[in-house]
Ligand binder design. Sequence first.
Ligand code: ZN
Length: 66
Amino acid sequence: MRVKCALCEVIENIDDYSLQAKKLRNRPIHTYLCEKCHDRIKEKTEERVSTGNFRFYRSPLVEDDF
Ligand SMILES: [Zn+2]
């Protein structure tokens, strides 16, 4: 099955019977990432975790006017 990477838009052919293909078919919302982008994101995430700056949600800076 042909899949398109959500980040760099490269089109790849993955095995119809692979776990990844199954996942994509079951959940069409699930976006495909090519190996390169997947690794890049993983690296970035690990980098942030190790520096302690990792946040799942960015908390907005709100100043309260009293
Ligand atoms: Zn990609």
